[in-house]
Design a protein around this ligand. Structure first.
Ligand SMILES: [Fe+2]
Length: 367
C-alpha cells in the first residue's frame, strides 16, 4: 500500500431539521457573530429566521453583500466590518460564494493586506477567525473544504486559495434549506458536485479511501439529480449529502484541469461555475481517456455513465449544450482561455502531461 493522508477537521452535522441544533453547537464564548450571506438566498431558504431565533443572546453583525464569484473588494469590506464590530466568529450561509467569502473575510479580519497577496503565496501571520458553514445549495462542498475561490475583476482571473486554517469548525448540512433552490441553481450546483467527485477520483492525490467517497458521491448524484429536479425530497436530501461528501473528496484530492478550464467561461461569459464544468465534462473525459495515466479509472467512470445513458446525454437532459459554440463562446477566445488555464495549480495534480497545444485542442474539440 502507498502512504495515505486524510484530513477533515470540520464537525459535520447532517440531516433534515438539524439547523435547530445550531445554537447549542455554537460555543457560548462567542458573543459577536458575523453572518456572511448573499442578498436573497439566506432569507428565501428559511435559514434567516431559523438562525436568528437561536442567536438572541448574542450580537449579530449581518454582511449580506456577497455576489456570485466574490471579488477582493467585497472581502476587504467584510473584513473591515468584522474588525470594527469585533466579530469573533464568521458564519457563511448560502451557496459556494457566501461560504467562500466567509472564509476570506475570516482570514482578512486577523491578517493585513489583500486576499490577492495570500493567493500569490503570502503567509498568514495569525489564525483566521473560526468559520461555520451552512449550505443552502447542494454543490459546492465548501462546507467541508480548506478552499475558497475568488475572482480578480481587474485581471479577469478566477482562482482558489487553500489553507487548512480556513476549514470550517463545524457545518450544518440541513437538506431542508436546499428545497427552495431554483431549478437552474439545483442543476448547476448538482453538476458542480458531480465534477468534484470525478476530479477527486482521477487526481494524482487520490487514495483508495478517497476513491470510495468519490464513487459513492458520483453514483448518488447521477442517480438522484433528475428526481431532485422533480422536487422529490428524498432525492434532494441525498443530493445534499452527496455534495458534502464530494467536498470531502476534493478537500483531500483537489480539483483538476476541468475546474481550471471552466473558470474562463465564468469570468468572460458569466456562465455559472457548475454549468461551465458540465459543458466541458465530456471533453475532459475524452482527454483523460487519451492522455492520462489512469485509464482504468476512466473506464470505470464510463461504466457508471453508461448506466445513466451516457455522460453527454446526462448533461444535455438538463438543457445544457456541451458545445462551446452553443454557449456564446467564439473560437477567437481559445488563446486567452489557454493562457488563463495553463498556469493553474490544478494542472499539476491532473494525471496527464498538458501542453498549451493540448489545451488548445481540448477547447477546440468542444466547438
Ligand atoms: Fe466546483
Amino acid at each position: 500500500m502507498k502512504k495515505l493522508d486524510f484530513y477533515i477537521p470540520t464537525k459535520i452535522i447532517y440531516g433534515k431539521g438539524r439547523i435547530k441544533e445550531f445554537g447549542e453547537t455554537l460555543d457560548k464564548k462567542f458573543k459577536n457573530i458575523m453572518i456572511v450571506s448573499g442578498k436573497t438566498s439566506y432569507k428565501k431558504s428559511g435559514a434567516y429566521e431559523k438562525i436568528s431565533a437561536q442567536l438572541k443572546d448574542r450580537e449579530v453583525i449581518l454582511f449580506d453583500k456577497v455576489n456570485e464569484n466574490p471579488d477582493f473588494e467585497t472581502l476587504l469590506r467584510g473584513a473591515e466590518l468584522a474588525r470594527n464590530r469585533k466579530a469573533e466568529l464568521i458564519i457563511g450561509i448560502g451557496g459556494g460564494s457566501p461560504m467562500d467569502a466567509a472564509k476570506g473575510i475570516a482570514l482578512l479580519a486577523t491578517n493585513d493586506g489583500n486576499m490577492k497577496d495570500y493567493m500569490r503565496g503570502k503567509e498568514i501571520k495569525k489564525n483566521p477567525l473560526p468559520v461555520v458553514c451552512i449550505p443552502t445549495t447542494s454543490g459546492t462542498g465548501s462546507e467541508v473544504t480548506p478552499y475558497a475561490v475568488f475572482t480578480d475583476s481587474d485581471t479577469k482571473d478566477k482562482g482558489g486559495y487553500a489553507n487548512p486554517s480556513i476549514f470550517p469548525v463545524f457545518s450544518i448540512i440541513d437538506p431542508e434549506l436546499t428545497y427552495s433552490m431554483p431549478d437552474d441553481v439545483l442543476i448547476n450546483t448538482g453538476l458542480d458536485a458531480l465534477t468534484h467527485a470525478l476530479e477527486a477520483y482521477l487526481s494524482t492525490k487520490a487514495t483508495p479511501l478517497n476513491d470510495l467517497i468519490s464513487i459513492h458521491a458520483i453514483e448518488i448524484i447521477m442517480g438522484n439529480l433528475k428526481d431532485s429536479l422533480k422536487r422529490e425530497k428524498e432525492a434532494m436530501d441525498r443530493l445534499s449529502y452527496a455534495s458534502m461528501i464530494a467536498g470531502m473528496a476534493i478537500a483531500n484530492a483537489g480539483t483538476l484541469l476541468l475546474h481550471a478550464a471552466g473558470y474562463p467561461l465564468t469570468v468572460y461569459h458569466q456562465i455559472p461555475h457548475g454549468r461551465a464544468n458540465a459543458i466541458l465534462l465530456p471533453a475532459f473525459i475524452e482527454f483523460m481517456k487519451e492522455k492520462s495515466e489512469v485509464k482504468a479509472k476512466v473506464e470505470l467512470l464510463e461504466g457508471i455513465f453508461k448506466e445513466h445513458g451516457g455522460i453527454r446525454e446526462f448533461i444535455n437532459y438538463f438543457g445544457i449544450s456541451t458545445k462551446l459554440s452553443e454557449n456564446g463562446i467564439s473560437e477567437d477566445e481559445i488563446n486567452t482561455f489557454v493562457e488563463k488555464t495553463i498556469v493553474k495549480k490544478n494542472l499539476k495534480i491532473t494525471p496527464a502531461r498538458i501542453s498549451k497545444k493540448d489545451l488548445f485542442k481540448f477547447y477546440k474539440d468542444t466547438f
